[in-house]
Design a protein around this ligand. Sequence first.
Ligand code: NAP
Length: 302
Amino acid sequence: MSEAEWPTSSAVFFPGEDYIHHDIYPAINAETNKDLAQPGKVVLITGAGRGIGRAMALQYAHAGVASIIICSRTASELDDVESSIKAINGSTRVHKHTVDVTKEEAVKKCADVVKSEEGRLDILINNAGGSAAWTPLSDSDPKDWWRNLETNVQGPYHFLQAFLPLLVETAKKNDVVVDIINVASVGALIVLPGSSAYSISKLALLRLNEFVEAEYGSQGVNTVAIQPGGVVTRLAEQEIDTLRPYLTDTADLAGGWAVWFTKGARTWLNGRYASANWNVDRLEQMKDEIVNEDKLKVKLAV
Ligand SMILES: NC(=O)c1ccc[n+]([C@@H]2O[C@H](COP(=O)([O-])OP(=O)(O)OC[C@H]3O[C@@H](n4cnc5c(N)ncnc54)[C@H](OP(=O)(O)O)[C@@H]3O)[C@@H](O)[C@H]2O)c1
């Protein structure tokens, strides 16, 4: 897809057409770039059983973190990801939680177990997500439509509500910045007919991300909402005929981007939206422009 095919408000080419990536590259590749190592950190990833969440878990294994907590509803997929993590880094602790993100009590229980087993949380990645069938509003199934909002908005809310106390405690006790990555979508920024449930859920997530910064930014919490790229995954395959031209990226791109974001306190992105497709060195160069002009937030053009 070229720049002309996207509305400017989609921000797809925010850093310029020459600074777009579709696959992992040295600056964000924890397997080859040892500057990205993050020993001692505890990371929790929802939706880690396959697709983008799985790729993120494996990049954190390469980054040598102390512990990776992987969550989803399918235990067999978590077992497979655990084996892959161990094959990369045998000393990384792995905890598996079969938890439905829409179930408040299950998420609270997960938070209690993480606190007692690890006693800290450095990185929370709200990645679990789904999509209702894409169809015009009057043809949509009301239950399917609303369930999409529950998975993509209520799910991240539950994890934020349950884990922010441990994140803040970790930041304070260790005098560090802790990170949250909310996996949103460029779909939040465009009105593609048929995608109302998915698009609205991701737009809400961008605003939720801004609230986290407003309420916890001064307590050592650094949060970003990302477009992870367009990746052929089970979720994307549902609408493959519509999405095929957009699915040009690897899952490793988002995995690498996450590891880059949490290496060092990149607080100039706090509360903002970013895309894993954007070159991180170029983004660093644009830091002052982003902060001074308060870019990459949800605003009404007036
Ligand atoms: N693929 C893309 O091109 C693309 C583009 C933009 C944004 N995204 C976002 O990227 C994230 C990951 O998606 P993906 O493409 O990697 O899809 P995927 O391969 O289908 O993975 C989705 C993950 O979320 C988990 N999940 C879904 N509903 C859940 C629930 N109610 N409770 C707990 N876990 C749940 C799934 O596990 P279980 O089903 O086993 O629970 C699975 O591990 C999503 O937030 C998606 O919206 C993807």
